[in-house]
Design a protein around this ligand. Structure first.
Ligand code: ATR
Length: 280
């Protein structure tokens, strides 16, 4: 479909940007809702981020997503920042107001918890800890979401323990840092295990963990979606545990941005999943 000057515009800034799945995702919803708009990949080098963001109002953009490596760097460039983005320390979604002001938020925590709520409705969050592996940017959003969901205790394990401690301090709440080497025991009595590390991703080392201590009613969620069924998820499935894959979080985090830019709250469907999966 060709766009005219009246099209509603949004996009994603990253460096590089060619691997982003977001144009396909938002493009699907734009077509589904017959919206005259476009969502474009914007290759923006780190040194150009401020200029590129400040140009959005005059270019007529409704907003953008920010992806690697701009999520942290974009935060201080905003005119206003949501509380959740401040706690996570990163923004992934920018809205341009009618006055040309930029407001930043982070929808990853929403995407994570919404995906879990819909795909693991049997999760007994009050009955045991949630164990989070990793302490990078994705882990910050996951831990913030779990604390906000009032999970009684989050056990946080990371190869670099100092990063886990920093994360726990920044987010606050009932977070206990556990040694990375103790992961097989840490999952005993846990109701949820989430992998936010890059382990298990294509071309990355395997995540070494034994799930045998995990209760049979526990949920295992891997944020890695390439491959869609990681070795962690396969092992969990073979033990009869309920699994949640990483693609859902990516799809659900996109909902608030689309709604803010294009005025319709879209729904995550299997049709959308199939279209996005084709490009992973
Ligand atoms: P993201 O923003 O997607 O969370 P990231 O910030 O690069 O990505 O974080 C990657 C996570 O994977 C980190 O928790 C990292 O552990 P360190 O903080 O110790 O680097 C973890 N990770 C990557 N490779 C790892 C490995 N070989 N063993 C254990 N953890 C690993």
């Amino acid at each position: 479909m060709s766009v005219t000057g009246s099209a509603l515009l949004a996009g994603v800034m990253g460096w590089p940007i060619s691997h982003s799945l977001s144009p396909r995702l938002h493009g699907y919803w734009l077509r589904e809702h017959n919206i005259h708009g476009d969502y474009v990949p914007l290759p923006v080098a780190p040194s150009n981020l401020e200029h590129a963001l400040r140009a959005l109002p005059s270019l007529g953009f409704r907003g953008v997503n920010l992806t690697v490596p701009h999520k942290e760097a974009g935060l201080p460039l905003m005119d206003s920042v949501s509380d959740i983005a401040r706690r996570i320390g990163a923004i992934n979604t920018v809205f341009v107001s009618g006055e040309g002001e930029l407001s930043g938020t982070n929808t990853d925590a929403h995407g994570f918890i919404e995906n879990l709520r819909l795909n693991a409705p049997t999760w007994r969050k009050n009955d045991g800890a949630a164990v989070v592996l990793g302490a990078g940017g994705a882990a910050r959003a996951v831990v913030a979401a779990l604390i906000d969901a009032q999970v009684p205790k989050v056990l946080l394990l990371n190869r670099t323990v100092a990063k886990a401690e920093q994360l726990a301090k920044a987010i606050g709440g009932s977070i206990k840092v556990v040694d990375w080497g103790d992961r097989d025991e840490a999952i005993k009595n846990a109701m949820l295990l989430v992998n936010t590390t890059t382990l298990g991703m294509v071309n990355q080392p395997k995540l070494e963990i034994s799930l045998s201590a995990l209760p049979k009613i526990a949920i295992v969620n891997d944020l890695v979606y390439s491959p869609l069924e990681t070795e962690l998820l396969r092992a969990a499935r073979q033990m009869g545990l309920q699994t949640v894959d990483g693609l859902g979080m990516l799809l659900h985090q996109a909902v608030p941005g689309f709604e803010g830019w294009f005025g319709i709250r879209p729904v995550v469907t299997n049709g959308l999943r199939d279209v996005v999966l084709k490009s992973t």
